[in-house]
Design a protein. Structure first.
Length: 607
């Protein structure tokens, strides 16, 4: 089975065909000069699609197309995963044209032309915004009047998500470490440019915002600008809204600073010849990127690797060096020979840029958005087996509400309760081998204290105290959302027992919602350990869909979904959720879930 991938811009259409089993690229091509007049007719996107199909046919290859994947830059709040394209999807892409005027109208034109030419196979939209959809609320919210923002749908969406997701995964493979254990800063640098903080596999911050205009310096786009400057230009009378739009999108960035256009190669050549504006453009570009690296390292509490991709990120060794210099304080030490030689060989997909003594790695990775789109298509189309999906949807998952509790090491327990103390059994928990102890501790924060937090047994190898968002604000501590056991770099907290008070340097978290499964359950539900799913929660006063639910599979586990008290309150389940259950959601398979998958009803854990 083969997937055709279409990546359309304002003046060109790139395409590729992939074998969905081997992920081998079977064919690539590009149609250019769209919007211009040809010998007989204007080169529209309909013409481009016709030329694409003609090219595929002329090469003599026979392809069994199972799907067509389309890159769409802006999916708004409605679409946070790949979807089968229908009239509603096209309407949303159309509605987002004002937010992505350089991208969405051309993607929509190509989609409509391709669906007309290939009407009998599924067409899939893969959104640049999807990877950032679950960013914490603090990262996606602008500090303007809340009601105004809600009325106009103003929030930070982020873009280049397809590329950021791909290179983060490739970097994890290069480092031979699970992506879920890494804190990465990915830099997609090209005519469009953005940075992303990828914490344990999830986008938690990114430089582009409500539109692809915010953030880093780009080829012809400004990136960050004081909003007051825009007001000044409007009040001057020299610019109206359309002229200001043109200034920021077409005549800013490297082009506006240098006066030479957006080609960094020419700018670097002119800078070497003494052109001061070219030098300024390079310095501003590098400075802005370096500033974001420092900010994102602080936001994540550290960084394991910085990853470069995109046309500039992959090809400009001098720009990479400028960006990475003066980052020794993070433990990042560039190796100039490695930097100069990176990706020189045609078969290289990634390369290391840092020296052996560097504690933080820098890597350059060739992005492959087309392959990522093909993967998304294969996954989605492969799930469209309605009989199987319906059967699985009818299988319920019991829900348990997990209140605040503590897992302690033997050392910490001895400090709090005395060297001869032992953990006393209170009652068994639903998960085999786990129990609630009689012993309790107090949590002391800068703002207040929470008393009577029960310890769960048996004792563990690391201290981990799990609280809700409400508890976090009561204590006055910023606790990150983490998987169980993933406490490195988490929040500090003071704990008090009858024998002593102990200051923990880390260990306070808001636990990520998850489902415990025995391997037999995983087989029945057709899911894997560490997979992320959506769960529809039933049994409360109102039904909700919880996204970003982690599947955890182990021989000793019993089937059960764990949510915290805030999440239970959101679904009005009560403190114990007696009789409540959840059902796996298969997007775009069962129309019965259409109402539940409304974004307005989704509850985010990482707010």
């Amino acid at each position: 089975m083969h997937t055709l991938v279409v990546n359309c811009g304002s003046s060109s259409l790139k395409y590729a065909i992939f074998d969905t089993q081997t992920e081998q690229s079977l064919l690539t091509g590009k149609v250019e000069r769209l919007g211009q007049s040809g010998d007989e007719k204007q080169r529209t996107h309909q013409v481009a699609v016709a030329e694409m199909l003609a090219d595929i046919g002329q090469r003599g290859a026979e392809f069994d197309l199972s799907s067509v994947g389309h890159r769409v830059v802006h999916g708004g709040t409605r679409y946070n995963t790949a979807v089968i394209i229908d009239e509603a999807v096209c309407a949303e892409i159309q509605a987002r044209i004002p937010d992505a005027p350089m991208h969405n109208p051309y993607a929509l034109a190509a989609i409509q032309a391709a669906m007309t030419a290939l009407p009998d196979i599924p067409h899939v939209a893969v959104f640049d915004t999807a990877f950032h959809a679950d960013m914490p609320r603090r990262a996606r919210t602008y500090a303007i009047d809340y009601d105004v923002a809600q009325q106009h749908g103003i929030r930070r969406f982020g873009f280049h998500g397809i590329s950021h997701a791909y290179v983060a995964d490739k970097a994890a493979g290069f480092l031979q470490r699970p992506l879920k254990d890494l804190r990465l800063i990915t830099l997609h640098l090209g005519n469009g440019a953005s940075a992303c903080a990828v914490e344990y596999g999830h986008s938690v911050e990114t430089s582009m915002g409500n539109t692809p205009l915010e953030g880093l310096v780009m080829g012809s786009r400004s990136g960050d600008v004081d909003a007051g400057v825009l007001l000044t230009l409007l009040r001057s009378g020299d610019f109206d809204v359309e002229q200001l739009d043109d200034l920021l999108n077409q005549h800013s960035g490297l082009a506006g600073l240098s006066g030479l256009g957006n080609d960094l190669r020419e700018i670097e050549d002119q800078a070497a010849s003494g052109n001061d504006r070219a030098r300024l453009a390079i310095n501003v570009f590098a400075h802005r990127a370096r500033k974001y690296i420092g900010a994102y390292a602080a936001a994540m509490g550290g960084v394991d690797a910085v990853v470069f991709t995109g046309g500039i990120g992959e090809n400009s060794a001098t720009m990479r060096r400028r960006i990475l210099q003066r980052l020794e304080f993070l433990g990042l030490v560039i190796d100039e020979d490695r930097n100069q030689d990176a990706l020189v060989a045609a078969d290289q997909d990634y390369a290391l840029l840092t020296s052996k003594r560097s504690r933080v790695e820098a890597i350059v990775v060739k992005t492959n958005e087309e392959l990522m789109i093909a993967r998304e298509c294969a996954t989605l189309v492969g799930s469209l087996h309605k009989d199987t999906a319906q059967a699985l949807a009818n299988a319920s998952i019991p829900i348990a509400v997990s209140g605040r509790h503590a897992h302690l090491t033997a050392e910490t327990f001895a400090q709090l309760f005395g060297p001869d103390a032992t953990l006393t059994h209170h009652k068994d928990l639903s998960q085999p081998g786990q129990f609630a102890a009689q012993e309790k501790i107090d949590l002391i924060g800068p703002r207040s204290t929470i008393t009577g937090v029960r310890i769960l047994g048996p004792l563990r190898s690391v201290d981990q105290i799990e609280i809700s968002r409400s508890d976090e604000f009561k204590l006055g501590i910023d606790a990150p959302v983490r998987d169980s056991g993933q406490v490195a770099g988490s929040a500090p907290v003071t704990v008090k027992g009858p024998h002593a008070t102990v200051q923990l340097a880390e260990g306070l978290i808001c636990a990520r919602r998850h489902v415990h499964m025995h391997p037999d359950d995983a087989t029945r539900f057709q899911v894997q350990d560490r997979q992320e799913v959506a769960i529809a929660v039933r049994g409360g006063a109102r039904d909700l869909v919880f996204g970003d639910v982690l599947i955890r599979v182990k021989e000793s586990y019993k089937l059960e979904m764990h949510i915290d008290t805030d999440e239970a309150n959101a679904a009005e389940l009560g403190s114990v959720a007696t009789g409540s259950s959840g059902e796996l959601i298969y997007t775009d398979v069962d129309d019965a879930y259409a109402e539940l998958t409304n974004p307005a009803q989704r509850v985010k854990h990482n707010d």
